[in-house]
Design a protein around this ligand. Structure first.
Ligand code: WT7
Length: 663
């Protein structure tokens, strides 16, 4: 580091507020501070601004129907098709421009560019093929695919024929796939033979097939050949109900499929996410409200313009990739990038290499990645020209001010605004963040709610807390991108998101409050700092995992009596999985049992849920009523002071666990 750098670091470390760079403001999609007041005064009609970003086949007659809360409807009786909005309407002006720039993990491979015309063509062909296979409107099609271009093709093909997709993250296990397919009663699967991870081909079809064995209904599977001859070693032959993707598309060469007319409230997709119970929740998103929300936030917050080359490094298997790799960017007619692999292959500068090669204009990534980049060192980004970048974003978990400032300086060269965006699978898109062309940034705080949103931080009674005090995050009014319900489970929808702070017997929308299950505080300027989940959900590398799901996998392992899973602090991952396990009579703690527990978790969920630490203990700390004291275990994992343990039924166990956790 030169002296100049040291000075700069010192200045940055002190600075708490950052103004949006003037050059950015001048060209920003949104730069008028009046927008906050205007939206508030003109609510809910303000959301016509979002709907106006789309092409509607027939106009909606009402912006919001709130007559039956919390079953809100947006843009009622409007008709549209999401694939037509992401493709067809761009053909005239942007047909020859890149829609998707795809970068495969192997460096010596040819990358792929899909122009809007090419993407439109393949989506049509695959839509025709799906129809031919029997897929009808409203059939749920499961997409168990990694970051290959056929994933967005399949999503848009489903949207074109009005078949909701359910994308299952490729890193999830066979069991996780089967659970989701069974829950959605899905009879169609699109998957692949494999993909590349850190230079090696990875067998994916094996997992898909294993999952299919546990699917109750008859299924048809389409398999993309991603690996070519590199997949030969896996020795897969397609089964009788399995069809090769390329063959299918070739058989429908040149086919066109009229986009199906969908009502604004018709389901666009399902996305399963973890909750407090062992069963994942199928979050339902709609065609009109969701797509408007993805498009509006993409242009207002990510500042996306058609001529941009926008790069989000998330995986499409999570909501971030749905909203901000596929639907938002393509609805706006821009070029969206996709990268198949990890950021450290072949070296730790891969993302910077990609940004340099493609002159990417925005980067949207996760704090866990930024913490890793920081640890690897600034010499990696310094090898590349990153001056094409105009805006940086983060999502998925809180970002600490030090990581924010590193990102701002070493990636953004202090000339790009950083948007720290708080939202959830359920919200469909961003909710709390600075508008980059309007608001000052405060590292560590996501910012104020977006215009038109009504967010309060409240105590357990639902009363607003004072600035600086910790409380619970609530959203007081509905918004277009919100989930509509949990698939086939209206009751659980109310229970999970509304019951806490609403008068559930009322049909007055003012009595209904959405509770995202996050803790937060607000400052004098209305900036919100999100503190983390207050339910039994943990956030590992920006991915949401239910502790109950992991626990039920562990107690399924032979020799395990009880298990408690908590999130413990982790330098890179944010949180990591810590497990406390008691053994059944006749079983002793052993390396073999440890290995079987890890395997059990990987089989039930996937490697992302792999325990960081497994502590065997003769008992778990419990209250007199028998409830496991998770908070206590969390503090043990974090090496914190434990405070009062006298309310426990078995206080003596605490010291023993602490001792074992340190061993
Ligand atoms: C949970 C939602 C949003 C897409 C990726 C995760 C946490 C998300 C932030 C942020 C602090 C954040 C919350 C939220 N979270 N963004 N900017 N600051 N926390 O989606 O899997 O549905 O998880 O992620 O705890 O509830 P998800």
């Amino acid at each position: 580091m030169t002296d100049g750098d040291a000075e700069l670091e010192a200045r940055l470390a002190e600075q708490e507020v950052f103004e949006p760079p003037a050059e950015f403001v001048e060209q920003a999609n949104v730069s008028d501070p009046e927008i906050y007041e205007e939206f508030e005064e003109n609510w809910p009609e303000c959301w016509e601004n979002a709907a106006d970003l789309l092409d509607w086949e027939s106009d909606y007659d009402q912006v919001l129907d709130d007559s039956n809360p919390p079953f809100y409807e947006w843009f009622t009786n409007g008709d549209l098709n999401a694939s037509a909005n992401c493709l067809d309407r761009h053909l005239a002006e942007r047909g020859d421009e890149a829609a998707i720039e795809w970068v495969g993990e192997p460096v010596d491979e040819e990358n792929r560019t899909y122009t809007y015309a090419e993407l439109h063509r393949e989506v049509n062909e695959f839509a025709a093929a799906l129809r031919d296979q029997g897929v009808e409107e409203d059939d749920v099609v499961t997409l168990y695919m990694p970051m290959i271009p056929e994933l967005p093709v399949a999503m848009l093909a489903c949207a074109r024929i009005g078949a909701p997709h359910s994308v299952v993250f490729a890193g999830f296990s066979a069991d996780a796939l089967a659970t989701r397919m069974n829950s959605a009663d899905s009879e169609y699967l699109v998957t692949t033979n494999g993909y590349y991870r850190r230079g090696s081909p990875l067998d994916h079809l094996e997992k898909a097939n294993e999952g299919l064995d546990d699917v109750e209904q008859e299924t048809t599977t389409v398999v993309v050949d991603r690996l070519g001859p590199n997949g030969d070693d896996f020795g897969h032959e397609l089964g009788p109900d399995q069809i090769d993707y390329d063959d299918l598309v070739a058989a429908h060469e040149g086919a066109t499929v009229e986009p199906v007319t969908r009502d604004a409230e018709d389901m666009l997709f399902l996305m399963y996410t973890s909750g407090t119970t062992g069963k994942p929740k199928g979050v339902k998103h709609t065609t009109g409200g969701y797509l408007s929300w993805a498009a509006w936030t993409s242009q207002a917050v990510l500042d996306i313009k058609p001529e941009d080359t926008y790069f989000c490094s998330a995986d499409i298997g999570w909501i971030t990739g749905h909203s901000y790799i596929v639907y938002g960017p393509l609805a706006l007619g821009t070029t969206t990038m996709m990268y198949e692999g990890t950021p450290d292959h072949p070296d730790r500068d891969r993302l910077w290499q990609i940004i340099d090669d493609y002159d990417a204009t925005q980067l949207y990534t996760a704090p866990t990645a930024i913490r890793a980049f920081m640890k690897w060192g600034s010499e990696y980004p310094e090898q590349h020209d990153l001056s094409s970048l105009r805006l940086l974003g983060t999502v998925g978990e809180p970002i600490n001010p030090r990581a924010w400032k590193w990102y701002y300086k070493h990636i953004g060269d202090e000339s790009c605004p950083v948007v720290d965006t708080w939202w959830q699978t359920e919200t469909g898109g961003m909710m709390i963040t600075t508008l980059p062309g309007v608001k000052d940034m405060k590292p560590g705080s996501a910012g104020p709610p977006l215009p038109g949103l009504d967010v309060d931080i409240v105590d357990t009674e639902g009363e607003e807390v004072s600035p600086g005090e910790a409380g619970y995050l609530t959203v007081q009014k509905p918004w277009p991108g919100m989930l509509r319900t949990l698939y086939n489970n209206d009751e659980r929808y109310i229970e999970e998101y509304w019951a806490e702070y609403s008068d559930v017997d009322s049909d007055d929308p003012d009595d209904w409050v959405y509770f995202p299950e996050d803790g937060a505080k607000i400052d004098e300027d209305g900036y919100i700092t999100v503190l983390g989940r207050v339910d039994d959900v943990i956030n590992v590398s920006g991915h949401r995992l239910g502790t109950m799901e992991i626990e039920s996998a562990i107690v399924g392992v032979e020799g395990v009596a009880e298990a408690a899973v908590v999130g413990g602090d982790h330098d890179i991952k944010g949180e990591a999985v810590y497990t406390y396990v008691t053994t059944e009579d006749g079983y002793e703690p052993s390396d073999d049992l440890r290995a079987r527990i890890t395997e059990g978790v990987e089989d039930a969920i996937g490697p992302i849920a792999r325990p960081e630490e497994i502590v065997f203990t003769p008992d778990l700390p419990k209250t007199r009523s028998g409830k496991i004291m998770r908070r206590l275990l969390e503090n043990i994992a974090d090496g914190k002071e434990l405070g009062n343990t006298s309310t426990l039924r078995n206080p003596e166990i605490v010291e023993e666990i602490q001792q074992k956790a340190q061993d």
